[in-house]
Ligand binder design. Structure first.
Ligand code: SAM
Length: 233
């Protein structure tokens, strides 16, 4: 309650009463309505991708990374439409959660799709989701790995890597070094899709990634979300 009150006061100070009203519509109407719609879609398809899960509730330390929250469906599809996927392309989601992006990427004929998550429980949900919809998907090969991203060795055939702001910069930094190692072992074009790119400045400066695309999603002027796409120079 105190948290909410201080949030309201800080928004009112920064953006006035209109800002408070906009945030109220975003959090009390827009996001709950979108979530209800997604739960209905999940039920229709007999899958489970929408519910948010904290790492704590999975018996994992909160500081390992971000909670499980799935990428909005429409946004992911709008991003994927910008690429031309070939038969040798391999998609990897690091911090794949309940596998929503794995399922949506499965609409494309990737050679294989890999989901890596720190939680065994989330991987089990993701695997079940894929089993349920497999017959309808274009990609026929899926792999789920339970691992901390810090310890995961990037396969040398991966060409698309997806991140929905899954962990701290410390972990991201190490993941980017692992990607470089994988590229050094097998020189190839790797596309990094970074949704909600919290550490974009750091990765551009410290890892010399080249931004090739910036996509902004405007949610009825309530808020904006973003996705940056990078190449490894
Ligand atoms: C924001 S969710 C993204 C889920 C999915 N990629 C999507 O976009 O729908 C972040 C996920 O990263 C996972 N995660 C957090 N820290 C991690 C780590 N250190 N190693 C691997 N996975 C991690 C969480 O369990 C969670 O499922």
């Amino acid at each position: 309650m105190n948290d909410m009150l201080s949030k309201i006061i800080s928004t009112a100070r920064k953006e006035g009463l209109f800002g408070v009203l906009r945030e109220a519509i975003r959090f009390k109407i827009y996001l709950p309505a979108r979530s209800i719609w997604n739960i209905a879609l999940d039920r229709y398809h007999k899958i489970d991708t929408e519910e948010i899960v904290s790492l704590n509730s999975l018996g994992l330390p909160e500081d390992a990374g971000e909670r499980c929250e799935s990428t909005p469906i429409g946004e992911f599809l709008q991003i994927m439409r910008r690429f031309t996927i070939g038969p040798n392309d391999v998609f990897l989601d690091i911090g794949s959660g309940k596998g929503r992006t794995v399922l949506l990427a499965g609409r494309y004929a990737f050679k294989r799709i890999i989901g890596v998550d720190i939680s065994m429980e989330l991987n089990a949900v993701a695997e079940k989701n894929v089993r349920t919809l497999r017959g309808k998907l274009a990609c026929k090969k899926y792999e789920f790995v339970t691992s901390n991203a810090l310890d995961y060795k990037i396969p040398v055939d991966v060409t698309y890597i997806y991140l929905f702001n899954p962990f701290s910069y410390k972990v991201l930094n190490s993941v980017l070094c692992n990607i470089r190692e994988s590229i050094a072992l097998n020189t190839r074009d790797v596309t990094l899709i970074y949704y909600n790119p919290k550490y974009s400045l750091e990765i551009e400066k410290e890892h010399k990634l080249v931004k090739i695309m910036s996509v902004e999603f405007n949610h009825w002027s309530l808020y904006k979300s973003r996705c940056f796409v990078y190449k490894f120079a």
